[in-house]
Structure formats: structure tokens, C-alpha cells
Design a protein around this ligand. Sequence first.
Ligand SMILES: Cc1cc2nc3c(=O)[nH]c(=O)nc-3n(C[C@H](O)[C@H](O)[C@H](O)COP(=O)(O)OP(=O)(O)OC[C@H]3O[C@@H](n4cnc5c(N)ncnc54)[C@H](O)[C@@H]3O)c2cc1C
Length: 283
Amino acid sequence: MLTPYTTWKIGGKAKYFTEPTPEELPQVIKWAFTNNIPTYFIGRGSNLLIDDAGLPGLVIVTRNSLTDLQREDDVIIAGSGVFLPHLSQFAAKQGFSGFEFLIGIPGTVGGAIAMNAGLTVFRPREMTSIVKDFDVLNLDGSVETLTMKDIDAQYRQTNLLDGKRLIVEARFILEHSGDPEEIKKNTFAHLAERKRKQPLDKPTAGSTFKSPRGSKSAGWCIEQAGLKGFQIGGARVSPVHANWIENLGNATSHDVRELINHIQDVVREKIGINLETEVCFLP
Ligand SMILES: Cc1cc2nc3c(=O)[nH]c(=O)nc-3n(C[C@H](O)[C@H](O)[C@H](O)COP(=O)(O)OP(=O)(O)OC[C@H]3O[C@@H](n4cnc5c(N)ncnc54)[C@H](O)[C@@H]3O)c2cc1C
């Protein structure tokens, strides 16, 4: 079952499952490619809804095996499975700022690059501002080095989300040096702010919808539409933050999808805004 591999704690079985080392990866990818087996990439599953019916192919999970993290001169080199809060703390210890926003994003380097993860509230920041370049493995086994520009990174979106290239390793720019204690203080102030405003004690996938264009947030639209606390099956619009959907313990992927569709319909009807999902769906 893939349930433990997503923060929503939802998801059926994988037909094939692997957590390969960097050395094993090319072989694994080639095996799937030659045998015409669909591949699915999971970092920490913190932005993913996996269907209860499972995934009919090979699931590659990076969180436990692609976790190398080191500094070489003014560059941090991180495996795609590195946990973002670890990267944030690593940069702070080295005396570099700019990585503080990663402390509260419970994903991996690979997932964050594929999503162009970031913040719109607190201090706006995204992966484009810290990533130098990264290596991807194509499904035929070839390797390329790309930048965020090459993948057309926009707000919570890149062209890597088509699942055809696996991010293996990334390099980060160390530009702004500072006092490690001061950086640490700012980082933890940011985390405390999150704890106050977000339902961090419940299984969620963070923001369900992207912020619509204009000044209104998705959470505001959902709250104004009267949906805060609204529930379908085991899935509930968080009473703490309306753009987050909580799994109350027994939610199915069907419950979450139904709730997402319902929110989109009601917000369109009452507020006149089309909410676009930020979460990804597998398959
Ligand atoms: C409590 C909480 C708070 C959050 N706060 C934020 C926030 O402030 N800002 C924000 O942007 N997001 C936030 N999120 C959402 C999520 O953490 C980010 O989008 C994160 O970057 C996803 O990383 P992941 O490793 O979990 O990716 P996953 O959810 O595993 O995957 C996301 C997508 O990336 C693909 N992918 C994963 N790894 C790779 C790889 N190595 N190569 C290619 N493709 C890959 C997957 O196939 C999928 O399409 C939050 C989520 C939670 C639960």
C-alpha cells in the first residue's frame, strides 16, 4: 500500500515499487522503459492524491535513498530525496540565508523543483530563486542537466510534472551569507507562524488549490462560499485553513476528489472564481 508514502495517508497498491540508489536508478528506469511499464515518481507525497485503486506500474520513491547532502565551495549539492527542512537547516548552519522558507514545506528537493514550491504569504519566495541547476534522468536512461528556466517554472508548475523525467540531484546557489544564529532565529519564527495558521496536526497535502489571480486567496474564496468545515466522507475542509483538506482518518481518494469538485462548483457559482488544483493526482 502507498498510504504511508503520502502526507494525506491515502493511496492503493503499487504494481511494482522501488527505492533505488543513484547507482541503481538508470538500470531501473531502463527496465521499465524497455518493458513498456508506466513509471510514477514520489518524493514525500506531500502534494499528491494517489487513487485507492493504486498505480498500475513502477513506483520510484526517492525519500530514503537519494539523500546525499553536501557543500562544495559556494554550492550545495542535494540528492532529489533530501527533505526540504533538512536543506533549510543545512544552509543555515553554513551561514547562508535564502533557504528559510523551506523549513515548513514537508517535501523533497525533487518534488519541490517539479512543483516550483514556494511561499506567497509570509515572505514570497520559490525554488527558482535558489536552484542553480539539476540533473534529470530521462525514461530512456539518458541524463541531462537543466535549469528552472529550461522547465518553464511558473507559479507551482513546471513541465516536469508530466512524469517523463526524474530529478536525481540538484545544486543550489549560496549567495547571501549571514549570522547562522540570526538565520536560525528567522527560520524558527517562520515555522511558529505556520503552526499558528495551519492544521499541521492533521494529514493534509497543504494548499489544495492555487491562489487565483487577483487579490483574493483560495482560502478566502472557500470560506466566503460557506465551505469551511464542510465534509464528504472522511475528507473535510479544514476549520483552521479553508484551502487545506484534512483526512479525518478514513478518507478515500474518492472522498477527496468529490470534495475538490464540490468546492470548485460552489466557489464558481457563489464567488465567480475558477479554482485550479495545486495538488497532483496519480495516476
Ligand atoms: C503541511 C504542508 C505544508 C505545505 N506547505 C507548502 C508551501 O508552503 N509551499 C508549497 O509550495 N507547497 C507546500 N506544500 C506542498 C508540498 O510539500 C510541496 O509541493 C512539495 O514540494 C512536494 O514535494 P514532495 O517531495 O512531497 O513531492 P510529491 O508530492 O511526492 O510529488 C509532487 C509532484 O512532483 C513529482 N516528483 C516528485 N519527486 C520527483 C522527482 N525526483 N523527479 C521528478 N518529479 C518528481 C511527483 O511525481 C508529483 O507529480 C505543503 C504540504 C504540506 C503537507
